[in-house]
Design a protein around this ligand. Structure first.
Ligand code: NAD
Length: 262
């Protein structure tokens, strides 16, 4: 499949591991120049070096926290200075802690809003003017199956991700005229450190083992397995590509059929 992505500039936030990292790799494999960030400099640099070595492509990697609006502004500015544009922006951040409502705290609510919603606002603010200049752009948010149905014990995610969908729909409406497509990708149970943390939390609460929990997640899917981060990445590549040029404002689930709604 010809994606038309060669030489595009792809920003992938929170990309030192997991789905973000797999996505950065997938853009590099398509011949994009890639800009990556995460909080831990060492893990981020290791990921960036591996991608540079494997795909012989240019990679800009800057350690910062996506809840820092000024750092996001400086990063996008550095990307445009180095690569000349910001064609594709994939927003991402770590998921909030797994809790039931009465165990939640006001500070954690604010952190969840900052990490999983405001970070999308920060990136969108910075990249859209550059995309408008080129009359071409793709914004892709990574959220969760919780945008379609609440996940037990993930009340922060269940509540905050819905705001991202509202933003995605609004941006898709407002900037479609500028050739900017905005979509949301919603993972189900995907084999990353995040899922292991969730399995640990559930195991602790239920007296079962981490493996029991991971097996239960897999059993929930009609495909009877967990997702691979590369399966998320491939969906993002397709949505960013010229082959998905009439799709905007959508949430695409990559959940192996876990969501049972029509
Ligand atoms: P992960 O924990 O494996 O990786 C998260 C990445 O984000 C890491 O690179 C980490 O360094 C970076 N990061 C976290 N907070 C950051 C911040 N404030 N600033 C900069 N970088 C930050 O997670 P993952 O499984 O790849 O998940 C990615 C997203 O998808 C998360 O929001 C997660 O909640 C969501 N999600 C994951 C699953 C799953 O099963 N893995 C399911 C549904 C939703």
């Amino acid at each position: 499949m010809e994606t038309g992505l060669r030489d595009r500039v792809a920003i992938v936030a929170a990309s030192s591991q997991g789905i973000g990292r797999a996505t950065a790799e997938a853009f590099a494999a398509e011949g994009c120049r890639v800009a990556m960030c995460a909080r831990n400099r060492e893990t981020l640099n290791q990921a960036a070096d591996k991608i540079r070595g494997q795909y012989q492509t240019e990679v800009l990697a800057e350690p910062f926290d996506v809840t820092d609006a000024g750092a996001v502004r400086d990063f996008v500015s550095a990307v445009v200075q180095k690569f000349g544009s910001a064609d594709i922006c994939v927003t991402n951040a770590g998921g909030p802690p797994a809790k039931g409502f009465l165990a939640t705290t006001i500070d954690e609510w604010k952190r969840a809003v900052d990490a999983n919603f405001m970070s999308v606002v920060y990136f969108a603010h910075q990249v859209i003017p550059h995309m408008q200049k080129k009359k071409w752009g793709r914004i892709l948010t990574i959220t969760s199956i919780s945008t379609k149905q609440p996940v037990p014990d993930l009340v922060y995610s269940n509540a905050v991700r819905a705001a991202v969908v509202g933003l995605v729909k609004s941006l898709a409406n407002e900037f479609g005229k500028d050739g900017i497509l905005v979509n949301n990708v919603a993972p189900g149970y995907t084999a990353t450190d995040r899922l292991i943390d969730l399995a640990k939390a559930r195991a602790k609460a239920s007296g079962k083992t981490e493996k029991d929990m991971l097996d239960a997640f897999a059993a929930d899917s009609p495909l009877k397995r967990l997702g691979d981060p590369r399966e998320l990445a491939d969906t993002i590549i397709w949505l960013a590509s010229d082959r998905a040029s009439y799709i905007t404002g959508q949430t695409i689930l990559v959940d192996g059929g876990v969501y049972k709604g029509m």
